[in-house]
Design a protein around this ligand. Structure first.
Ligand SMILES: [Fe+2]
Ligand SMILES: [Fe+2]
Length: 312
């Protein structure tokens, strides 16, 4: 699977940053808390993979690494803008973003590159699992929410699926196989799981309280929706990712063992919808820059889809 860098912009109405999700404010802020992790987190992923780039001999994997870095760079750019909207809405987005940069910079300084890559493959497994959760029920976990935010999350989820094995394949290519590699991978997954959910929980709570101070109390129904969204045995986030999380501990695990490439067939339809939403949004003279897929060095990276580089 070759990841394709798509230079895409989204129409995110600033006045909906705190309640864009159809299930209300608490679910919105769960997703917003995840968004706050991307600028620092994805830079960490890119750096840890880039560190090993010269040791990769397989030309296909080298190209996939380029695509992976290109995609993550676009995700970061869009989530920086998204997070700025949260800041503008009176939430401590910049402070929380800075805090994560500080945590990850410490890890960069004290951990060897192999452990940094192990953290990356653990968190890339998380992004792949969460992406699959968002995509596998044909959008029911997000359908009916504000278009631009929905489209951005679906785009991110599809691209996370597209590149889900890249860092793992780099890991297999550059780290010597054996029991030590298995223990490093699985031990790091356990510690990363603990730290990841602690940070998500902390950021979510802080966003919720900042929201309450600024915009007033959230509704009880929204809290109940959050509980169902996360824990419902049928389609909650945690029950949904449990099996895939456990699969990471199989000695011969590979991200594509769970073959969900069928969902990638939705990319073209999504790009068309993004274009339509951006055109509609721009026509309303909406209060946010909507460059509508500006041309981005086509020579370096040919467009995968006409919509990806349209300048209309
Ligand atoms: Fe990403
Ligand atoms: Fe990723």
């Amino acid at each position: 699977m070759m990841p394709i860098r798509r230079d895409i912009r989204f129409a995110l109405p600033p006045d909906r940053a705190c309640d864009w999700h159809v299930k209300g404010v608490p679910v919105t802020h769960f997703m917003n808390a995840l968004s706050l992790l991307f600028p620092a987190g994805e830079r960490f992923f890119m750096d840890s993979v880039r560190h090993y780039r010269d040791r990769i001999t397989d030309p296909d994997l080298k190209k996939q690494v380029m695509g992976f870095i290109g995609q993550e760079a676009m995700h970061t750019r869009e989530h920086v803008e998204y997070n700025d909207l949260l800041q503008a809405a009176g939430l401590p987005a910049h402070k929380l973003d800075k805090r994560l940069w500080a945590i990850l910079n410490v890890q960069r300084k004290i951990l060897p590159p192999s452990i940094q890559l192990a953290i990356t493959i653990a968190l890339e497994h998380y992004t792949a699992m969460l992406a699959d959760t968002l995509l596998s029920d044909t959008g029911q976990r997000i359908d009916g929410s504000v278009d631009g935010y929905t489209q951005m999350w679906l785009w991110h989820a599809l691209e996370e699926t597209e590149h889900k094995s890249v860092s793992y394949d780099v890991w297999n290519a550059v780290i010597k196989p054996g029991p030590k590699r298995y223990l490093m991978r699985t031990g790091t997954m356990l510690l990363t799981t603990l730290l990841f959910w602690l940070i998500v929980f902390d950021y979510h709570v802080r966003l919720m309280f900042a929201h309450r101070r600024r915009h007033g109390r959230w509704k009880f129904g929204g809290m109940w929706n959050l509980v169902k969204f996360l824990y419902s045995p049928r389609d909650g986030v945690f029950p949904n990712i449990a099996k895939e999380w456990l699969s990471f501990f199989r000695p011969g695990f590979h991200p594509w063992d769970h073959d969900n490439r069928a969902v990638l067939g939705r990319i073209d339809g999504l790009l068309a919808k993004i274009d339509a939403t951006n055109v509609r949004y721009a026509a309303q003279a909406a209060p946010r820059r909507v460059p509508l897929h500006p041309a981005a060095s086509p020579a370096a990276n040919p467009p995968a889809h006409p919509a990806a580089h349209s300048t209309t």
